[in-house]
Design a protein around this ligand. Sequence first.
Ligand SMILES: [Zn+2]
Ligand SMILES: [Zn+2]
Length: 401
Amino acid sequence: MFCYNSVVVAMLEPPIRDPKFEALEAAIDELARDRLGGQTAGLGDRRRHIRRSIDRLEAEFADTLSRFAVAQEYLADNALSTVGWLRRECGLSGAAAVQREEIARQLPSLPATWAGFRRGDIGFQNAAVVARTAGSAGIEAIQRVDNILADSATRLRPEQMRIVAAHARHCVDPDGSLSDANANHERWRLHLSQTMDGLFVLDGVLDAEGGACLRTALEALMPPRRDSELTPARRRADALVELARRSLNSGELPTAHGVRPHLTVTAPMATLQRQPGSPGAELAWAGVIPAETARRLACDASVTRISVDAAGNPLDAGRSTRSVPPAIRRALILRDRGCQFVGCDRPADWTDAHHIKHWADGGATKLGNLVLLCRRHHRQVHEGGRPLRRGDDGTVESVPP
Ligand SMILES: [Zn+2]
Ligand SMILES: [Zn+2]
C-alpha cells in the first residue's frame, strides 16, 4: 500500500522547470501544430530531421547516463543498477534499457564514434552495434578500430554495420570471435511441443552456421512471393514442413526397427468413407485428425488393410500397397507436369496425386480419376471443401459450392 501511494505522489510532482527543456518542448509543440497545410510533399524531409533529432537526443541521454552510472546515482533512487533505474523511471523494456546502458558505458571511450553519435552523423542503431561489439571484444581492442567503425557507422545501414563490426572484431580479436562462436554453438536447442488444441509450437536457438544451413534449405523451398496473400512467416512454415516431407520421402533417413520413418494414419474404413457417426482418424505423434485430412493423406500413400473382429482386435493384415503405384505416378507426372489447380504452376515434385473420386468411395486408381495437386491446393480440395470434377473436355474444374 505504501509503495503504491508513493508512486502516485511521485507522478503528481511537477517536473523541474528548465528553460532548455521548455524550449525543446516548445519546438516539438510547434512541429505538432505545423501540419504543412495537409500536404504530403516535404514529409520525407521532416521524418529525416525528426529521426536525426531523436538520435541526437539519444546521444545526450547516453552522455547523462554514463555520468549517472559512474557516480552510481541510481543507488540514491533505491535502484540496484542503471538498467533497473532505466526500466523503472523511463519505462524501458529490459532489452531497451540494456542497449542504452551499453552505449553509455562503451561509447565515451571511443572518441571518433562518440563524436559522430553526438553530432548526429551516427544513428542510434549503429551506435548500439558499435557498443555491443565493444562489449563482446573488450574496449581496448575496439579502440584500435574506432576510426574505421565511426566512418562506417556514418554511411551504412544497421544490418550492413553489423557485418563490418563483426569483421573489425575478428581483425582485432580472432580468439574472442572463435570463443563466442563456440559458446553460441553450445546454445543450440529446439523445443517442439503440442498444445491442448493439437497445434505444435516450435521454439529454438541456432548458431550462425546452423541458422544459415536451415535458412538456405527453407529459402529453396519457400513458395514464391507472388502468392502474396501468404505472409513470410507462413511461407517459411510451409517450407519447413516441405523440408521434413521431402526427407521422409527420400528414403535416406535412418530406419527404426527395419522400418523407414513415415507418417502413420490409422482410420476405420467408415471414417475414410465419411459415414455419419464414424470416429476421427489417428495420426501418430499428433493425435486425432478429421476424416477429411485422413482422406487427403490416404489419397497418395502406402495403405495396409487390417481386419478386426467385432471387439476391434486385429485378425489379419494385408500387404501394404501404394494407393498410386509408381508406374501410374510416372504417367501422371508425364501428363500433368505440375499442380492442375486453376492458375497454379507448382511443379510435379511439389505435388500429391489426388483421386477425384476417392478410392475409399470406390474411385479407380486410373489416370482418368487422378490429378496432380500441390500440397496447398490438395488441402483446399479436401479440407477446404472445394472438390474437383473432370469436365467433358478432360480438364479439371472445381465443383461450384
Ligand atoms: Zn486427394
Ligand atoms: Zn497448386
